[in-house]
Design a protein around this ligand. Sequence first.
Ligand SMILES: Nc1nc2c(ncn2[C@@H]2O[C@H](COP(=O)(O)OP(=O)(O)O)[C@@H](O)[C@H]2O)c(=O)[nH]1
Ligand SMILES: [Mg+2]
Length: 432
Amino acid sequence: MNKTIVALSTARGRAAISVIRMSGDDAIAIAEKIFQPFPQQPNLLKVGNLATRYFNERAMCVYFVAPHSYTGENTVEFHCHGGIAVAQAVIEACLENGAIPAQNGEFSKRAFINGKQNLTNAEGMIEMIDAETASAAKAGANLLENKLGKRISELQDKLLDTVSACEVSLDYPEEDLELPTAQTVKKELGETIKELDALISTSVLGKVAKYGIDVAIVGRPNVGKSSLLNALLGTDRAIVSEIQGTTRDTLTESVNYKDIRFNFVDTAGIRESSDVIEIEGVKRAKKAADSADAVLYVTDDPNDRSVYPTVRPQIRIYNKSDLFGNEPCCVDSLVVSAKYGDVEIIKETLYQMFSAEEIESSDLLITNERHLACLKLAKQQLTEARNACETTTLDVVTSQIRQAWETLGEITGTNAREDVIDRIYSKFCLGK
Ligand SMILES: Nc1nc2c(ncn2[C@@H]2O[C@H](COP(=O)(O)OP(=O)(O)O)[C@@H](O)[C@H]2O)c(=O)[nH]1
Ligand SMILES: [Mg+2]
């Protein structure tokens, strides 16, 4: 017996409509008590009267019969007028008739339990819901479509082929089956390791697609860092002044360019100072540069050829070009006027630098830390198995391959632990 859960599935607040969802054995029976006339068929949205204890709500209702629903259970959705009070009254009506409030992600967790989705589907959905750029949403959509899940199953099948070839010959020595040679096993494992590597390497672009590119704007005081931030954002976000040391703390703002997000960090101008606050600001500026994906090193001196001391990729920006006119130099530099000119060239250069255009053409990117950790572990386990081919017996090797097989299975959830599953679903919003 599955308890019937209810929750608001749309965002809480003032809106045109709200959707309230109920799922469980009694969902339809409960809905029939409060909504009339009840739709005569499933999957059809019908208008009617929803009786709450406070007022009658003119709403729409659709029901789905198990297993043909998102959760795999009987499910009902009410599409009501928006707003907090209406939704609350409808939820109360459901609760009064036997439903219980849903936990975060409980609808989706039930979908998982009922075999309607695997873990990567669920994680894809979270990524889509959280996405603030098209590329992040696309990465989520690919997970939801099970592109990663399919690739993982293929790799698992391949490992299983190798294992079973070894085991059959180990288990039935009398059959005189030919045992795969260490060489063959090594070769097969090598192929899978290569495929894992290819997947792992997509995580660099995956991070760009999901979180965007962190860019620190650094340089000496008064060169126009804050002006540049404002120009990049197209708003007057940071305080600009001719007084040196105006910016004392770091300031992060994001802007979307094409389908990528840039997270620009404006920082305090770097110079020797005796002011404790400014010293702290300079410390923070250096830290921001060290943790950024790229650094914009700003100068207003056309003869400056210095580089910022960082291991991160950097672009030297000659700002205030309106004052010196001609382009100063160098292939790895850009010349702009934050105050009077256009700074889109900076975004485009960063976009190229991170091969962000490849994100659009790639159909599978690793965007999830958990997936990446499993892939890396499986790779390590297979590498050990491959090395073991030389030194130990085939039965030891096969047990190591099995471990890698299980690690891969954790990605899709075919053998994920309960606590992992709970953690994934608890990240969902209520009503999902
Ligand atoms: N002429 C000119 N002045 C600029 C330009 N960018 C910034 N400034 C001026 O330089 C001064 C310092 O700018 P600000 O952005 O506060 O520099 P920061 O200390 O590096 O953040 C201000 O008076 C700005 O108006 C520019 O492109 N051209
Ligand atoms: Mg500043």
